[in-house]
Design a protein around this ligand. Structure first.
Ligand code: MLT
Length: 392
């Protein structure tokens, strides 16, 4: 008898409550379709298709050969990395951060976003989740025993949370915000952050800002950090990522910064779960942060060209979607004739061999939308439009 049958292994209740992770499921569907020999255009997961910048790889080659980098990288990692992050942050946002108390490197920002709630919420604490939202936020609240209150992001409100509605929510412990936003690609300006910080302070809500897409912006409009608001550090922590900025999704490196107490809570949780970021990757991270601005401009121009290619192509089919100002997601209402986001995604895959993400996968308010990424060359996006012209 197999051992799992003998022991009658059952998943924990907290795991049973979780739906399958959206992007793993999409990846499975894509692999199955490819295994059937189909030529799939993947507009599903936001994973840059161009390689990590060569200067970062060169640093990594040397760092990986250095035995000093082969041992545990406990705790807050290399002081030189934290110092470099502080320099970068000051240059980009004009905000001073103490590298010893206000910055903590992470094995990817997703890891930190998922671990922090374990350090700050108690069972039954109320957590505000904007809806739709990046799917990684929801499970961690469930794991920590928190209770979710959804705050819908409406198109009529620029996909920003309605602060009047937020003011009506009582006794919330913390709230995730994410601009440039995944999945809507909406951006927040400093005025919005000022009002949000003022309200959160009044109500005693901790703000967890996910800024993974800070450097993917268009038309020269740089998204601000919430930490630019005076006094934001009293209640806010922000998560940053190397993944999308330097094409380093697979490397797993990011950081948290802001309120020292929140940083300390995260550090304590993490010290019990992991043993730091592979030090060679931290060394490569220092090089990444020194990337020449022109290289990032080129990256943004590439995405801008792709954005225009897809948006204009879809418009020529009568599917009008506002062009995103940042991030690399095109968030569109369902095309005419389609009734649900799941039905649309299934039809695109079946009839056009195109993977898109159903909006409902990001939360109930995502129903009625699909998300398409522009992490594909323009030729493939044009091909996607051609295929869609046959089914729309
Ligand atoms: C997405 O497609 O939403 C992202 O690539 C997922 C992630 O950043 O983990």
């Amino acid at each position: 008898m197999p051992i799992e049958t003998a022991l009658n292994i059952e998943f924990a209740d907290r795991l049973k409550e979780l739906p399958p992770y959206l992007f793993v499921e999409i990846d499975k569907a894509k692999r199955q379709a490819r295994a059937q020999g189909r030529d799939i255009i993947d507009l599903g997961v936001g994973d840059p298709d161009t390689p990590t910048f060569p200067h970062i790889i060169e640093t990594m080659k040397t760092a990986i050969a250095d035995p000093a980098n082969h041992r545990y990288a406990f705790d807050a990692g290399l002081p030189a990395l934290r110092t470099e992050i502080a320099v970068w942050f000051k240059g980009r946002f004009g905000v001073d951060l103490n590298p010893d108390t206000e910055i903590y490197p992470l094995i990817g920002s997703k890891e930190g976003l998922a671990h922090l709630p374990l350090g700050i919420i108690n069972p039954k604490d109320k957590v505000i989740l904007t809806d739709p939202a990046y799917p990684a936020y929801r499970p961690t609240i469930t794991f920590a025993g928190g209770k979710i209150t959804n705050l819908p992001l409406k198109e009529s409100h620029g996909f920003l949370p309605d602060l009047k509605k937020l003011a009506e929510i009582k006794d919330a412990k913390f709230m995730y915000i994410n601009y440039p936003n995944n999945p809507t690609s909406a951006t927040a300006n400093l005025e919005f952050y000022k009002e949000l910080v003022a309200l959160a302070k009044e109500k005693g809500i901790i703000l967890i800002s996910d800024m993974a897409y800070s450097e993917i912006y268009f038309d020269g409009e740089k998204p601000p950090s919430i930490l630019e608001v005076d006094g934001a550090k009293d209640i806010a922590i922000e998560f940053h990522s190397f993944s999308k900025t330097y094409n380093m999704t697979g490397w797993r490196i990011g950081w948290a910064c802001g309120n020292p107490k929140l940083v300390a809570a995260l550090a304590k949780v993490k010290s019990n779960f992991d043993s730091g970021i592979f030090q060679a990757i931290q060394v490569a991270g220092i090089t990444a942060l020194r990337t020449k601005p022109e290289e990032l401009n080129d990256l943004r121009s590439m995405y801008e060209e792709r954005r225009d290619c897809l948006i204009n192509g879809l418009r020529s089919l009568g599917w009008k979607i506002p062009p995103p100002k940042a991030a690399f997601y095109v968030w569109g209402r369902l095309p005419k004739g389609f009734n649900s986001s799941m039905e649309t995604a299934a039809a695109f895959l079946e009839k056009a061999n195109i993977v898109v993400t159903p909006g409902v996968g990001f939360g109930p308010a995502g129903e009625g939308f699909v998300r398409m990424t522009i992490t594909m060359p323009t030729e493939r996006l044009t091909e996607a439009v051609n295929r869609l012209s046959k089914i729309l």
